[in-house]
Design a protein around this ligand. Structure first.
Ligand SMILES: *Cc1c(COP(=O)(O)O)cnc(C)c1O
Length: 458
C-alpha cells in the first residue's frame, strides 16, 4: 500500500455544495428558544429584528437535512478552501504512539481561524436582504477579523465590540480589523446602555463574550437597517461550519480511513459542531460509532461543570433564552488566554447531544494546553491558536493512552487556527508567569443561583 500523504487537499469539484444540518437527524431536538418576556417559544418572525430573514430561517429549520451553499459563497470558499487534512506523522513519532493522528487545519486564511466559513455566509445573506450595517462581538478577535473581511468583501459597514481583556492583550487585532474597514470598540463600553450598566457595577471588569454580545445586540436593535451577527453558538453557525466536517469525511474516505475518536475544542461549539457533523450523523443513524470529545478550558467549564438549563445567551440579558449547558450568564471567566473559549454557555445542539450521551467532554488547564501547543509547533511547524491547542492537548493525551494500551486508534482533531496574535500568551507560558485558574464550586453555585426562573420549567 502506498504511504498516506502528509497533506490531502480535495479538488475544487470535490468541495461540498451543501451544508449539512445535524438537527434533521437528531433523535430528539434541542428545546425551543423561549422569549424572556412571556416564556413562549420564539417564532421565526420574532428573530427578524435581530437576524436577517434567511439566517432566522436557518436558525429555526430543524428539518432540512442539506442546505444548498449559494454559488457566490462556494466561490468565496474556493479562495481559501479546501483546508488541508494533515496526517501528523511527526507528532505520532515524537509521542511514540501507534495511533494515527489526523488534523483538519482551518488557519489558512487571514482571520487565522475557521470563523470565515460562517462570516462570509452571514455577510452574503445580509447584503442580499439589503441591510446597511452589521454589529458583532469578538472575544479573541478571530471572529471580528473574519467578519470584517467578509463585510469589506460585500461593502457592509461593521462595528465590532471586542472583549476588553483581549483588546488589551492583542493590539494588532485592532489594526487588522481596521485594515478591513471595521470599527472596533473595547467592551464593556459607554456607547450602550448594557455596557454602561456593567461598568457601573464593576468599573475594572475585563469583559466577557456575553457582555460584548449585549452591547452588539443593543446597537443592532437601536440602529435602522442594522442587524447583529454571531460567530458561534447558534444553529445557523453550526450549519455553515459543517463544511469542515464534510470536507474531512470526504478526505478520510479517499484515504480509506475513518476516525475512532473525533476531538475539537469547544467555546460556543461551532467548530466542534461543524467538524463532527457528518460523523455524528453516522452515529445517530447507526452507521458508525466514533467517540466524540469536546475540550474546554478548566477556567470556563460549561459542559463538564455547568447546568443544563434555560439561560440568556448574553450577560446583559437581551437575547432569547436557550436551553444549554451554562455556567450562568453572570459568570465572568478569569482572563484565560484562550479568549475564544471564554463563553458561559454552549451550542444548544451540542448541549443536547452531550446531555443525551452522544458526546463526551473534558476540561484542561491552560499551562497543560500551552505545553501541548509548544510541543505540537515543534513537530508540525504550525503555531496553534490557544483555543486549538485545547484539542491538541486532548488528542495527544488520547495518543499517549494508545501507546500505553498498545492500541492503534485513528484520531481526528480540529486545528481551528493559528496563534500569531497570541504571542503575549506564549510569552507568559514561556517565562513561567502563566497561572491556572479553576473556579470553585461556590463561585459556580453563585452564578447558577442567578439562572432565570421559568414557571413550570425551572
Ligand atoms: C472562536 C474560536 C474557537 C472557539 O469557538 P467555537 O465556536 O467553539 O468553535 C476555537 N478556535 C479558534 C481558533 C477560534 O477562533
Amino acid at each position: 500500500m502506498t504511504k498516506i500523504p502528509h497533506r490531502l487537499y480535495l479538488t475544487e469539484d470535490q468541495l461540498p455544495k451543501q451544508w449539512y444540518n445535524l438537527r434533521a437527524d437528531m433523535k430528539e431536538l434541542p428545546d425551543p428558544m423561549l422569549s424572556p418576556a412571556d416564556f413562549k417559544p420564539v417564532r421565526e418572525e420574532d428573530l427578524y429584528p435581530i437576524f436577517c430573514k434567511e439566517l432566522a430561517h436557518q436558525e429555526m429549520d430543524n428539518e432540512t437535512r442539506y442546505v444548498d451553499i449559494p454559488e457566490e459563497i462556494q466561490d468565496f470558499y474556493k479562495m481559501y478552501r479546501p483546508s488541508p487534512l494533515i496526517r501528523a506523522y511527526n507528532l505520532e513519532k515524537a509521542l511514540k504512539t501507534p495511533a494515527k493522528i489526523y488534523y483538519k487545519f482551518e488557519g489558512n486564511n487571514t482571520s487565522g481561524s475557521h470563523k470565515l466559513n460562517s462570516a462570509i455566509a452571514q455577510a452574503y445573506y445580509a447584503r442580499k436582504q439589503g441591510l446597511t450595517s452589521l454589529t458583532t462581538e469578538t472575544g479573541a478577535g478571530q471572529w471580528g477579523t473574519a467578519l470584517a473581511e467578509a463585510c469589506s468583501y460585500y461593502g457592509i459597514p461593521l462595528t465590532v465590540y471586542m472583549v476588553k481583556c483581549s483588546y488589551e492583550q492583542k493590539p494588532f487585532r485592532k489594526a487588522i480589523i481596521q485594515t478591513f474597514d471595521g470599527e472596533i470598540i473595547p467592551s464593556p463600553s459607554n456607547t450602550t446602555e448594557a455596557g454602561r450598566a456593567i461598568l457601573a457595577k464593576d468599573p475594572n471588569t475585563t469583559g466577557s463574550l456575553g457582555c460584548a454580545i449585549s452591547e452588539a445586540v443593543e446597537k443592532a436593535v437601536t440602529t435602522e437597517g442594522c442587524r447583529y451577527v454571531l460567530g458561534s453558538v447558534l444553529n445557523q453557525v453550526l450549519l455553515h461550519q459543517s463544511v469542515i466536517g464534510l470536507e474531512s469525511k470526504t478526505a478520510m474516505e479517499m484515504l480509506d480511513e475513518y476516525p475512532d475518536i473525533v476531538i475539537g475544542c469547544a467555546g460556543g461549539g461551532s467548530n466542534l459542531g461543524g467538524l463532527i457533523a457528518p460523523f455524528m450523523q453516522d452515529k445517530l443513524t447507526g452507521k458508525a460509532d466514533p467517540r466524540i470529545v469536546a475540550v474546554e478550558p478548566a477556567s470556563c467549564p460549561s459542559l463538564t461543570r455547568g447546568r443544563y438549563a434555560y439561560d440568556f445567551c448574553d450577560t446583559g440579558k437581551v437575547t432569547p433564552l436557550a436551553r444549554m449547558y451554562t455556567l450562568g450568564c453572570g459568570f465572568i471567566p478569569s482572563a484565560n488566554h484562550a479568549g475564544g473559549l471564554r463563553y458561559h454557555g454552549m451550542s444548544p445542539i451540542l448541549s443536547k447531544l452531550y446531555h443525551d450521551g452522544y458526546m463526551e467532554a473534558v476540561s484542561v488547564e491552560q499551562t497543560k494546553v500551552f505545553e501541548a501547543a509548544v510541543f505540537f509547533a515543534k513537530q508540525e511547524t504550525i503555531l496553534p491558536a490557544p483555543e486549538s491547542a485545547h484539542a491538541i492537548r486532548a488528542a495527544m493525551d488520547e495518543a499517549i493512552k494508545c501507546r500505553e494500551n498498545g492500541e492503534a486508534k485513528t484520531i481526528l482533531f480540529g486545528l481551528t487556527g493559528t496563534g500569531y496574535f497570541d504571542m503575549n500568551a506564549y510569552s507568559a507560558y514561556l517565562n513561567g508567569s502563566m497561572r491556572d485558574y479553576v473556579p470553585t464550586d461556590e463561585e459556580l453555585e453563585k452564578a447558577f443561583q442567578a439562572l432565570p426562573k421559568i414557571p413550570g420549567i425551572q
